[in-house]
Design a binder for this molecule. Structure first.
Ligand SMILES: [Zn+2]
Length: 505
């Protein structure tokens, strides 16, 4: 499945384009041509997900058989969730409901604004077509911010990076500098010598950014096909956060050389990036010039962050809710597409721009499903990174709105973070969370705090009658493929890798 995914290309503009770099995802990010976007959106799904539908079904069956043989879990979903302890599904549902009101408000604003651009006919039942949100999977909508930000006070960090001749090495060193500025560790010599920082030409690569703990002395690496953009600058911090965690818990016994839970691992770099991406900090890096610290600029900034962080939460939920229910048998093979779009509608308020059938397999158009990587860790991360951010800002005595806090050069913050990171998985994640935040529970309040000024603004600028959407017309798909039933070989090779890999959302 991953081979299908990483070698897939789709013919557009006389070239068979891959996803990235400079490929199909770039078109989705940059084009505002409704029809062209639709062609690329569908094209990518035809050459990726659709081609692995039967492999996926087979993989589910085999994985479940293997898990059941261990007699500990009823299915693979249960095994995946075991990292988080009992009652986890309910906790996630509760966290989602906590941010739901803000999400629906934001969704209404985005939709109403996009209607002005594309016309009301595309927004039936108040649903947003999935292909016009600037991201191949509609997981992050920041690429279309120029259509949505209400005020002219814009940040053009990517433009500034290009103008200043930023290169990949500078981006990585600048990220490292943030870590060391708060007293965290330098990247190692092996890191700089052995990492892959850009796409190797003429080679098929899984370009999705990842961070590797080779479990040998000082050997930690990143693999990434970096492009000179603000988005990738943030991703570098994300990946470096994994490396930092590896380094901090390196002295633990092998068994505990892991995150307190997978969501913690994903949250380290992102927590720092919440400081790095503040206009105040970007100004220190000379990536923002003459920033006016006005209310309008603040709203624009919060909206930009919501396009990245807030909209991601329901997306991440659907990714694993779908798979959990496939693993448990609640979703059968002949309703993959129907259920996928049912969830997409229910939680995200988006719809497919073209007709889908049970021959398609849109989940497989996303790397983590092709590559069998659990996804709820990113949901957890997006909630707790705000808890971490708030805790660290409290530690440095920051007074003021959370979205303005920058922990740069504050060693007290770095120390508090390191004290928790060093524990690895030697304590429960609840205890690790308590160590840094003083509380044992995941809580969306910090995230809501952060976006509070935006929420007020949205309430004043959104017609209440436009909030919400309907899923009554979500396509009921038809099954035209009768999947071949073949006897499965129950031979599974389990290999133990003493390598720990963390990849990007
Ligand atoms: Zn990651």
């Amino acid at each position: 499945m991953l081979k299908i995914y990483s070698t897939a290309c789709f013919q557009v503009d006389n070239e068979c384009k891959k996803l990235q770099p400079h490929g199909l995802q770039s078109i989705i990010a940059q084009s505002r041509d409704y029809e062209k976007l639709k062609t690329v959106w569908e094209g990518w799904r035809n050459v990726s997900g659709k081609r692995m539908r039967q492999d996926f079904a087979k993989w589910v069956k085999l994985s479940n058989e293997a898990i059941k043989d261990g007699k500990q879990y009823k299915n693979l979903g249960e095994s995946w969730r075991s990292a988080y302890g009992p009652g986890f599904v309910k906790k996630i549902e509760k966290l989602f409901h906590k941010i739901e009101e803000l999400y629906r408000l934001f969704h209404a604003y985005v939709r109403n604004t996009l209607i002005k651009k594309y016309g009301a006919k595309y927004f039936k039942d108040n649903l947003i077509p999935a292909h016009i949100l600037g991201n191949m999977w509609a997981q992050d909508w920041a690429n279309i911010n120029e259509l949505l930000l209400p005020y002219k006070e814009r940040l053009d960090v990517t433009g500034e990076m290009v103008k200043q001749g930023y290169n990949i090495s500078k981006m990585f060193h600048q990220a490292e500098h943030f870590f060391t500025s708060i007293g965290l560790k330098n990247m190692t010599e092996k890191f700089w010598n052995q990492s892959v920082f850009e796409k190797i030409s003429k080679r098929d690569m899984v370009c999705h950014a990842s961070a590797w703990d080779l479990m040998a002395t000082n050997d930690f690496r990143i693999k990434m096909c970096t492009e000179i953009t603000m988005e990738d600058f943030v991703t570098i911090h994300h990946e470096m956060g994994h490396i930092q965690y590896y380094q901090q818990y390196e002295k633990q016994p092998v068994y505990f050389r892991n995150g307190a839970n997978p969501g913690f691992h994903e949250a380290v770099g992102d927590t720092l990036a919440l400081s790095v991406s503040t206009p105040q900090h970007l100004e220190k890096l000379s990536l923002v010039k003459n920033y006016t610290n006005s209310y309008e600029a603040e709203i624009n900034y919060l909206m930009l962050m919501a396009l990245d962080k807030l909209v991601f939460v329901p997306f991440a939920y659907v990714m694993d809710k779908f798979r959990w229910n496939v693993f448990s048998g609640e979703i059968s093979e002949d309703e993959y597409t129907a259920k996928w779009w049912e969830y997409k509608c229910k939680y995200q308020g988006i719809r497919a721009p073209v007709k889908r059938t049970e021959d398609d397999f849109d989940p497989g158009a996303k790397m983590h499903i092709a590559g069998a990587v659990p996804y709820i860790r990113y949901f957890v991360s997006y909630i707790i990174q705000f808890q971490f951010h708030k805790a660290l800002c409290d530690k440095i005595g920051f007074k003021g709105p959370l979205h303005k806090c920058d922990i740069y050069e504050k060693e007290e913050a770095g120390k508090a973070f390191a004290d928790m990171l060093q524990l690895g998985s030697s304590v429960s994640w609840e205890d690790a969370l308590e160590k840094i935040t003083g509380k044992k529970k995941m809580d969306a309040s910090a995230m809501l705090d952060y976006f509070e000024p935006l929420k007020k603004w949205l309430k004043n600028h959104t017609d209440e009658s436009t909030i919400g959407w309907s899923c009554k017309n979500v396509i009921k798909t038809s099954s035209s493929s009768t999947s071949k039933k073949e006897p499965f070989k129950t031979f599974i090779l389990l290999s133990v890798f003493y390598v720990s890999i963390w990849i990007n959302f």
